[in-house]
Design a protein around this ligand. Structure first.
Ligand SMILES: Nc1ncnc2c1ncn2[C@@H]1O[C@H](COP(=O)(O)OP(=O)(O)O)[C@@H](O)[C@H]1O
Ligand SMILES: [Mg+2]
Length: 269
């Protein structure tokens, strides 16, 4: 698999505190679907901020497509073109006067043609059902609507790797489903995705790989079966077994169902 992002022994400490990330090493390849799980304060957001260069590691190295990432502008621009980040708090991200301007901002900075920019903006707005919001001011939208605008923002950049920090936390069930459909589509088009989430059922049905954070350390890096099958790990790291995994086990199913549809199919046999 083509290597996209590699972190080697990356540590990060905020001004006065204990390390928020400690000696973390991980490699992300093209097209991967990775869930980041762990309690509040475990280091997931700090990790994502290091991955797209918002934070500079206190020590350790980051490589983008095999090239070491420095703190010079060229290096950081390259990293941020390849790695998109949707912040947990949309207010940290929304700048423009209208939704359309907001979503155009990134592609315009990439110096794409006006046509290409317009096409990307249309696609991104449509993906999150935002066509009717074009001329609205982002700051007067609801929390969930703002979140959808920041998702469209990231989509319009068409990064190779997209990082999402608890993207569903302010979405209603319909829009959470829309988000998941979009993630599935992006992944099928080859985009690598890394999603920090407390929704372990989502991690179970969606992810190909799960990173468990605990106290600033990467406690485990494995398949959903390995991670969620380790009861000791789950209890130590404040996690729980996904519902469908538990149900599948109770019913003695192999393989364990990932979705309700899989459960129904197996049940009806
Ligand atoms: N801006 C900040 N200043 C100081 N400490 C911070 C800041 N952001 C996070 N931290 C601390 O860093 C640690 C990791 O936090 P964070 O990466 O936000 O974890 P998570 O996203 O898993 O909840 C926590 O101990 C948190 O209190
Ligand atoms: Mg966080």
């Amino acid at each position: 698999m083509e290597e996209l992002l590699r972190l080697e022994q990356v540590s990060y400490s905020y001004d006065h505190g204990a390390p928020a990330l400690e000696a973390l090493s991980v490699t992300v390849s093209a097209g991967e679907k990775i869930a980041l799980v762990g309690e509040n304060g475990a280091g997931k957001s700090t990790f994502l901020l290091c991955c797209n260069g918002v934070l500079a590691p206190t020590s350790g190295k980051i490589y983008w497509q095999g090239q070491p990432v420095g703190r010079d502008r060229r290096s950081l621009t390259q990293l941020r073109q390849g790695v998109g980040l949707v912040f947990q708090d949309p207010d940290a991200q929304l700048l423009a006067g209208t939704v359309e301007e907001e979503v155009s901002f990134g592609p315009m900075n990439l110096r794409l043609s006006r046509e290409e920019t317009a096409q990307r903006v249309d696609r991104a707005l449509a993906a999150f059902s935002l066509e009717d919001f074009r001329s609205r001011a982002p700051q007067y939208l609801s929390g969930g609507e703002k979140k959808r605008v920041t998702l469209a923002d990231a989509l319009a950049m068409e990064p190779r790797l997209l990082l999402l920090d608890e993207p569903a936390s302010s979405l209603d069930p319909g829009n959470a489903r829309l988000l998941e459909e979009n993630l599935e589509r992006l992944s099928s088009q080859g985009m690598a995705l890394m999603v920090a989430t407390h929704d372990l059922d989502f991690a179970w049905r969606w992810a190909g790989r799960v990173l468990v954070f605990h106290g600033g350390r990467l406690e485990r890096d494995g398949t959903p079966e390995e991670v969620f099958g380790d009861a000791e790990l789950l209890s130590r790291c404040g996690l729980a077994q996904p519902v469908l995994m538990e149900v599948g086990r109770l019913l003695g199913m192999t393989p364990l169902p990932r979705t309700i549809e899989e459960l129904k199919k197996e049940w009806n046999r």
